[in-house]
Ligand binder design. Structure first.
Ligand code: G3I
Ligand code: 9MR
Length: 499
């Protein structure tokens, strides 16, 4: 039986714990900027995921590691061959982030991840001028979040075939590698299979990035223009190749991010290209919104990303069908908010599956956008309640973010954390979270519970509940920074009012 206690009246800064009978909670703090440290650590986690880099102790502390995975001699797999790039030829596609616990790089998952970080940056551009996370680029004049985004954007740009605009689905080893450090691996890496989903998600992300740079970083105009041209070329390839659905070739065994329903991907890319060009021909999928899933957001359901861009750029260019788009958004927000109200743990998530923490964080991202657009405090309150679930207010009684809270995951499915010889996992990562559907990885009997919200194991082989991934950490960064910034703004407003 879950009960809710409201301690809002307790505002005195300090360390507290809750005692009910002979049961007491972990200690927790009431203070200013309570989300700032976890927000910065969540962003720094992307630095720890960098491919083609050495991470010196000065920036990485005890998780320093050697240079690994140059990706300057990547083999074109036969599934990716084209006129200009024969099977077996070699290309260079360095940088980018390792996807998760594995060392591979996937365009579909990179796209939603990078979009999310760009959306955060353009929501608080002034605040991010002073956010430093101690990365090599911290001494330059570019915001650290933008430098981290650029690390992945520059890799994404190398995944497009210049000859036809097509985009390779992933850059990968043939197999998932053993639990070793990345510099110990000598196996070849491949670019595999162009796909329609990769082309569209690539197009959407680079078009969005192009506009964000145009608005916030005029000094990067050349990059902005290049991104827009590449986005248009990827769109054109997708229009000519609308049904190239990715599945692993028979000699490749790593992650797929297979997505065979692509209307939402066309819609998302179309909205992004419209806002970046004002060319209304890109809006051809607007009238098919009802055929798309809009009340769930993750790598295979991306319609909401197009809706968020339209609503956050409504001043730029109104277009017919906009009212319907706003109605769809409000409906999704109301459904998310209703789930929160009806939940014993006061969270909006009502289905637990692979990456449930990431799904909850994406719902929280939607709530925070609704709060920003409509100013209704109940959306911020619901978002904070979701954030508290991630940070410890959950049936598993654990903070799901590494290196935070009294009890956090120590055995994450993350090859670097497993192989680096450091007891503590790399900090700032949120684990996938409870998922009752895929317990065969360690065996159902090893899970403390098979109840949906409790089916989680802090076990390095539980990749279905205890892996970390860039598309889960991006909404974590978004949520923690947004709540921190909104709370600081509201405190300033209430201080002004009191004066
Ligand atoms: O959408 C269905 C839902 O309708 C159904 O009720 C539910 C339960 O059966 O399954 C849902 O589909 C699941 C899908 O994720 C969406 O949640 C699939 O069963 C599940 O297998 C799938 O898991 C994906 C996993 O790879 C295995 O393919 C995760 O989304 C995806 O995040 C994860 O991604 C991996 C990369 O491939 C490799 N790198 C690590 C990364 C994170 O684990
Ligand atoms: O490490 C892999 C992880 O990134 C994936 O999410 C997961 C599901 O695709 O697979 C993990 O690799 C395992 C493979 O699927 C089965 N053999 C053991 C591998 C390491 O746990």
């Amino acid at each position: 039986m879950a009960r809710t206690a409201d301690f809002s009246a307790v505002a005195e800064p300090g360390k507290y714990k809750i005692i009910v009978g002979n049961v007491e909670s972990f200690p927790f703090e009431i203070k200013d900027k309570v989300y700032e440290n976890v927000a910065k650590a969540a962003l720094k986690a992307f630095y720890y995921q960098r491919a083609s880099a050495a991470l010196p102790e000065k920036y990485a502390g005890k998780w320093a590691r050697k240079f690994a995975v140059p990706d300057t001699a990547v083999i074109v797999h036969k599934s990716a061959a084209s006129q200009g790039r024969k099977a077996g030829s070699v290309i260079s596609a360095p940088k980018g982030w390792f996807d998760a616990g594995d060392y591979n790089k996937y365009i579909v998952n990179s796209a939603i991840t990078t979009y999310t970080l760009i959306l955060l940056y353009e929501t608080f551009p002034e605040a991010f001028k002073s956010v430093k996370i101690n990365i090599p680029e911290s001494s330059n004049n570019t915001p650290d979040i933008l430098d981290e985004i650029l690390w992945n954007i520059r890799w994404m740009m190398k995944m497009q075939d210049p000859a036809d605009g097509g985009v390779y689905h992933k850059l990968t080893y043939a197999n998932f590698q053993p639990y070793v450090m990345p510099d110990e691996i000598t196996a070849p890496r491949f670019v595999v299979g162009k796909s329609t989903s990769a082309a569209l998600d690539f197009s959407a992300t680079l078009a969005h990035f192009s506009l964000a740079l145009r608005k916030n970083n005029p000094e990067l105009k050349l990059l902005s223009d290049s991104c827009l041209l590449m986005a248009k070329n990827a769109w054109n390839w997708a229009v000519k190749n609308p049904d190239v659905h990715f599945h692993n070739p028979q000699d490749i065994y790593t992650g797929e991010y297979a997505d065979n329903f692509l209307l939402d991907n066309f819609f998302w890319a179309g909205i992004e290209l419209f806002h970046a060009t004002k060319d209304k021909s890109y809006l051809r999928y607007m009238n098919r919104l009802s055929e798309m899933v809009t009340d769930s957001l993750y790598w295979a359901h991306v319609a909401m990303l197009g809706i968020l861009t339209a609503l956050n750029n409504q001043g730029d260019a109104a277009f017919e069908g906009y009212e319907n788009l706003e109605k769809v958004f409000r409906n999704a927000v109301n459904n998310i908010y209703k789930n929160y109200l009806n939940s014993p743990y006061k969270i909006s998530l009502d289905v637990f599956k692979w990456g449930s923490n990431g799904n909850l964080l994406n719902e929280t991202l939607i709530l925070l956008n609704a709060y920003k657009l409509y100013g209704k405090k109940e959306y911020l309150d619901a978002a904070i309640s979701n954030a508290d679930y991630i940070l410890g207010k959950n049936p598993v009684n654990i903070c799901y973010v590494t290196d935070f809270g009294s009890k956090f995951p120590m055995n994450i499915h993350h090859r670097i954390s497993i192989a680096d010889g450091v007891k503590e996992p790399v900090p700032g990562f949120v684990v996938g979270g409870p998922n009752p559907n895929d317990v065969s990885d360690i065996g159902a009997y090893k899970y403390p519970s098979l109840l949906p919200a409790k089916c989680y194991a802090d076990n390095e082989n539980s990749y279905s509940t205890n892996e970390v991934a860039i598309n889960w950490n991006a909404p974590l960064v978004f949520v923690m920074f947004s709540i921190e910034n909104f709370m600081q703004r509201n405190n300033k407003i209430s201080l002004k009012k009191n004066w």
